[in-house]
Design a protein around this ligand. Structure first.
Ligand code: ASP
Length: 643
């Protein structure tokens, strides 16, 4: 459908009532507040190899008088003679000559979100129309020709406007509409820019080679549950890899020296909020390196790709041992943006006469830990009840609160049992002040620290809901956590006659810490590893290790410590026997990292087509049902769900 209007050539725009113009301007301004425009150069570059003369974000006063051809989506329409046209690069105001001409009659029929082509001339806006917030706000295009390219249906499930409140499930179901919003556009564009910078840093500056590794692989011992792929061979299955770990090590044995990949990884972890069954890692591996080399490389890459609108980074990132992270922050992902650290107060409570402390301290692994909250706002009894409820989901005894009213008055279920000496020592150690709230917990060391670590975050969240700026929201707190234990007691593992079943804290290919290496054959549970994690504002965004490059040690770890069948890894073991360099690497969880940089609610907001938290694709309905007929070549059978 094509309409040409000769009348527009003698435009009489100035007759349009100011009210119409301003109402359109306000609607556009609401959108612009949410939009981070692309630079003009990028916008111009997007005119190559396409039919438009300019993008919708490009025209300025310097274009006045020029004939232009624009393509885009009708964003807002005001009556039948004004509209804003949007594309990926911005918004341009379009005007038809007057209410009587035929362009107006075309416009009257075009719905928002339809795609149109406009040819016309750039002209200045009237003074009161100039919109400083809008990059194209000094001009408008006087339409001479309008072509409807694709009509939008009458009722969309939602209007893709940033200020519209739309349920996430609906956004996911109609993702193509959601992607039209400037928020999603910015998320995906930032993701692409950072990926590009990282590639540039690795390939152009540091000699890395990008290699794609298979996504159809075999089951890997240990680690997460994998997705299986049936095959035409009876009883044989592929598995989707949890990560390209084995391949990247094999590339090092192959002498590739420096590998990286934006790797798609798959883990069937069931329904977990804010996890994706398929996700992206910036995966890399290097030969002849130590931990420090990997740290410096990753720091350099993050700095190189750091968004220009964020506060500068301070390098190198600090380091913390796993033991310190647990002792001070009660977690291996310390959020170092705020204090409220854990204190070991066991000494104060020896022979306290209070069974909760005395019972805990009977055991060599027992401890009493405390954190002091300096709230700067009122913490209500209801808040304390809620915190206690949370604590009890993690530990039978929960936590003990002490509300410090003044030097001598402590409100707490235990206050009347505490001797003055204990009170004084606790007060001194925690530098208690009136108004403070103390949290105490007693029990086994690790679980008690983890409990208080969890409460520390819950308290910070609570205070932030009350307007206290606990986390200094602008700071970027990166920290390397290192010296993890090589093995941990297996979750749900058996503990028979003093032998605790062990699993790898990172993965079975991680090298022991050289200082502890001799204990691997005698006390494997005491051995630290060369595993490291990078933590950003309290979230683990990367993890890696220096690897075992000795086939015998690798086989021993698999067979004797982890009790896994090493024969399933014969290819790796054989490779390690064929001249293996020392090597190590890391993988950055790219979705989480971008989500944190953008400050999005969920990692789904930085993934173009994510799965729901239950692992479903709400747009296509995947996973969908198949019949026994569909899968007859695969030697598997669908069992009817028992009702
Ligand atoms: N493959 C590891 C992971 O996915 C990362 C590494 O060790 O490089 O966590």
């Amino acid at each position: 459908m094509r309409h040409v209007c000769s009348l527009c050539k003698v435009a009489c725009l100035r007759t349009l009532p100011t009210f119409y113009r301003l109402s359109l301007r306000n609607a556009v301004s609401r959108t612009l507040k949410l939009q981070q425009p692309l630079t003009r150069n990028t916008s111009q570059a997007c005119n190559s190899f396409c039919q438009r003369s300019h993008t919708c974000g490009e025209l300025r006063a310097s274009h006045i008088g020029e004939p232009v051809t624009l393509y885009g989506w009708v964003q807002y329409k005001r009556f039948d003679f004004m509209l804003t046209l949007k594309d990926a690069y911005g918004i341009t105001q379009i005007v038809a000559a007057n209410t009587q001409n035929c362009i107006s009659s075309v416009l009257s029929k075009i719905r928002s979100e339809s795609v149109i082509k406009i040819t016309g001339k750039v002209q200045p806006r009237q003074n009161e129309q100039i919109n400083k917030e809008m990059l194209t706000g000094e001009i408008e295009v006087l339409a001479e020709d309008i072509e409807l390219i694709s009509e939008c249906k009458d009722k969309l499930p939602f209007q893709p406007k940033d200020h519209a409140k739309v349920k996430e499930s609906l956004r996911m179901q109609y993702r193509y509409l959601d992607i039209r919003t400037s928020k999603m556009q910015e998320n995906l564009r930032l993701r692409s820019r950072i990926a590009m910078k990282m590639r540039e840093f690795l390939c152009n500056h540091h000699g890395f080679v990008e290699v794609e590794t298979p996504t159809m692989f075999k089951q890997t011992p240990g680690g997460s549950q994998e997705f299986v792929i049936p095959t035409r061979h009876p009883e044989r299955f592929y598995c989707l890899p949890q990560s390209p770990q084995q391949f990247k090590q094999l590339l090092m044995v192959g002498g590739l020296d420096r590998y990286f990949q934006f790797a798609r990884c798959y883990r069937d972890e069931g329904t977990k909020p804010d996890r994706q069954p398929e996700f992206t890692q910036v995966d890399l591996e290097m030969s002849f390196v130590n931990r420090e080399n990997i740290y410096s490389l990753v720091e350099g890459m993050i700095e190189y790709s750091w968004p220009s609108n964020k506060t500068n980074l301070t390098l190198p990132f600090p380091k913390m041992t796993y033991a310190d992270a647990i002792a001070k922050y009660g977690t291996d992902k310390p959020d170092t943006r705020f204090d409220m650290k854990l204190h070991d107060v066991s000494d104060i409570f020896i022979n306290s006469g209070l069974s909760i402390f005395d019972d805990a301290l009977k055991s060599t692994e027992g401890t009493v830990q405390a954190i002091a909250i300096r709230p700067h706002t009122h913490i209500t009894n209801r808040d304390l009840e809620n915190l206690q409820k949370l604590a009890k989901t993690r530990s039978e005894h929960g936590v003990i609160f002490i509300q410090v009213k003044d030097e001598t008055t402590w409100r707490s279920p235990i206050s009347k049992y505490l001797k003055d000496d204990m009170k004084n020592r606790l007060g001194d150690l925690l530098h208690m002040k009136p108004g403070d709230v103390i949290l105490l917990a007693a029990g086994k060391y690790l679980s008690t620290c983890l409990l208080l670590g969890h409460m520390r975050i819950a308290v910070a969240d609570l205070l932030e809901t009350k307007g206290v700026n606990v986390r200094k929201t602008r700071s970027n707190a990166f920290v390397w956590v290192e010296d993890f234990p090589l093995f941990l007691p297996k979750e749900n593992g058996k503990c028979e006659s003093q032998t605790v079943e062990l699993e790898s804290a990172h993965h079975p290919f991680t090298a022991p810490h050289p200082e502890d290496a001799e204990f691997i054959y005698t006390k494997p549970d005491k051995v630290r590893s060369l595993h490291y994690d990078l933590v950003y504002n309290g979230a683990e965004i990367a993890g890696g290790s220096i690897r075992i490059h000795d086939a015998k040690l690798q086989k021993y770890v698999l067979d004797e410590i982890l009790k896994e069948d090493s024969s399933s890894l014969y290819h790796l073991l054989e490779a390690l026997e064929s001249g293996a360099p020392t090597h190590g690497g890391i993988a950055i969880g790219f979705d989480r990292y971008i989500s944190m940089l953008r400050g999005t609610q969920s990692i789904r907001d930085v993934i173009a087509f994510p799965k729901s938290w239950e692992g479903n694709d709400l747009m296509s309905g995947a996973p969908t049902k198949l019949t026994n007929e569909d899968i007859k070549d695969y030697h598997i059978e669908i069992q009817k769900k028992k009702s």
